[in-house]
Write a new protein. Structure first.
Length: 478
């Protein structure tokens, strides 16, 4: 890569690619932040949903606690069972009622196994500090429910509270719920109301990681955003947009953005590459044109130098032999014609490039064309150390062609042969014909064109790129 091309490459990188890379890094960073914002939005939404459902649960359970407290406070001791039956009959989720007095724990209806008593006693002993705080809260004017999870085959949740009037007693009342029944009978409609048409909000059993209220077609593991219910320890509510999970939405959004950024960068890189290739091609064309002008200048100087040299020799009277003088006149005339042809070729080339050149087709004898080229260029080639041989074909038919254009083509072939023949300076010009064609051949012993580059010789200004030629030395058709 040459210095101008390196400069343009650096400019393109600094002006286009580097800002694109910086923008892509910034966009990727923002994408991560946006994903976090999306998750934060759904977390906030879930917090609002959770608060609404928990508040509703608290209202229901508090009303049950008040009813139980009032029923036990108003009833007589021998009417406790009847009072508890009346309380439980319209509350299917309530499985047992627990009354704790000191170290005694009364459960109604009585359990047929000791496992419930044992588990409940162990839970109460473990959570005794929290139960004791209920009395402190009541003294401060706040009646609080304290929930505990009881791990049975059919799980229970106990909700303990204290009577309104302590009077030094150690009484605690407890409502033992079947949480899944409570969710289905009490919370389900409220959850559906809160979810509306935009969200899916299931209630999940955290121990079994299964959905107990919500769509059966979804798995609990699909709800990565979840919060625990206040009064149902071990049970959670999750949230997800309908149709797709939050992870799927975030993943789809992220990959769509990544794909757009990738396509954008790809388009920019392709555009930069195309611009760079065009600039490189333009710079190469400028360089080749400069070389072309240098070569043409050299070609113009050669006949001018010969004309100047021989005319000066004649002017000074240094040639006393008439035959030699006539030879010099002939050389001057031939070089003048060659100079004129070079100028005409340049003008014709310019017209051809502009698409303005017109060709005049007529009956042309290729032998006559090559004969005149031979007469014009023979001295020039021999003067430069070439052995030039013209072999004229016999009975070559005339063809329809532009005489001047055909002559220029032959001259170009001879010029190329002379330029690229370094060591073995032998050039032959042949004419001939076959059954269906007439041909003109220029043969030389110089370097040849590699097969992969042979199509490039038709490109304007292509001059000696180093990898274009082969060192093949056998005769080749130029």
């Amino acid at each position: 890569m040459r210095a101008p091309e390196k400069r343009f490459a650096i400019i393109l990188f600094l002006a286009i690619l580097l800002p694109s890379i910086i923008f892509s890094v910034y966009a990727f960073t923002k994408l991560n932040q946006n994903e976090e914002q999306i998750l934060q939005i759904y977390n906030t939404q879930l917090e609002a949903v959770l608060f609404s459902i928990n508040q509703y649960s608290e209202d229901v359970l508090t009303s049950w606690a008040v009813k139980l407290r009032n029923a036990l406070s108003a009833g007589k001791t021998d009417e406790v069972q009847s009072t508890l039956n009346d309380f439980m009959k319209d509350k299917p989720p309530v499985k047992y009622i627990s009354i704790i007095s000191g170290t005694s724990n009364y459960i109604y209806p009585p359990s047929s196994t000791d496992s419930l008593y044992q588990l409940l006693d162990s839970v109460i002993q473990l959570r005794r500090p929290k139960l004791d705080r209920l009395k402190i809260f009541l003294k401060q004017g706040y009646s609080k429910l304290e929930p505990f999870y009881i791990p049975l085959d059919t799980p229970l949740v106990s909700l303990y509270f204290v009577p309104d009037t302590l009077n030094g007693s150690n009484l605690l009342y407890g409502i033992l719920l079947q949480p899944e029944n409570f969710v289905r009978d009490i919370l389900k409609n409220k959850v559906q109301q809160v979810a509306g048409t935009d969200f899916t909000i299931p209630v999940i059993n955290g121990v079994r990681d299964s959905i107990i209220a919500g769509p059966d077609s979804l798995l609990a593991s699909q709800f990565t955003i979840r919060k625990e219910l206040w009064f149902l320890p071990g049970y959670y509510i999750g949230i997800s947009p309908k149709g797709k999970t939050i992870d799927e939405l975030v993943y789809e959004r992220a990959w769509r953005s990544y794909a757009l950024i990738f396509v954008l960068n790809l388009v920019i890189m392709v555009g930069v590459w195309v611009v760079f290739k065009n600039i490189k091609k333009a710079l190469e064309l400028v360089r080749l044109k400069s070389d072309f002008v240098s070569n043409v200048s050299h070609e113009l100087r050669t006949p001018l130098a010969l004309i100047s040299m021989f005319s000066e020799t004649l002017e000074l009277g240094r040639v006393r032999n008439d035959s030699k003088r006539q030879e010099y006149y002939t050389i001057i005339s031939q070089e003048a014609q060659r100079l004129s042809k070079i100028v005409n070729r340049l003008l014709n080339f310019s017209q051809t490039e502009a698409g303005k050149r017109t060709y005049h087709f007529d009956h042309v004898d290729v032998n006559d064309v090559c004969r005149k080229v031979n007469e014009t260029y023979k001295f020039h080639l021999e003067h430069n150390g070439f052995s030039f041989k013209y072999v004229e074909g016999k009975d070559v038919p005339v063809i329809a062609a532009d005489y001047e254009a055909l002559s220029e083509a032959v001259i170009n072939l001879i010029d190329n042969a002379s330029k690229y023949s370094k060591d073995r300076k032998l050039i032959e010009l042949h004419t001939g014909h076959s059954e269906s064609s007439v041909f003109i051949e220029v043969r030389d012993q110089g370097i040849g064109i590699k097969e992969k580059n042979q199509k490039r010789y038709l490109i304007n200004f292509i001059v000696r790129p180093q990898d274009m030629f082969t060192t093949q030395r056998e005769p080749v058709l130029v």
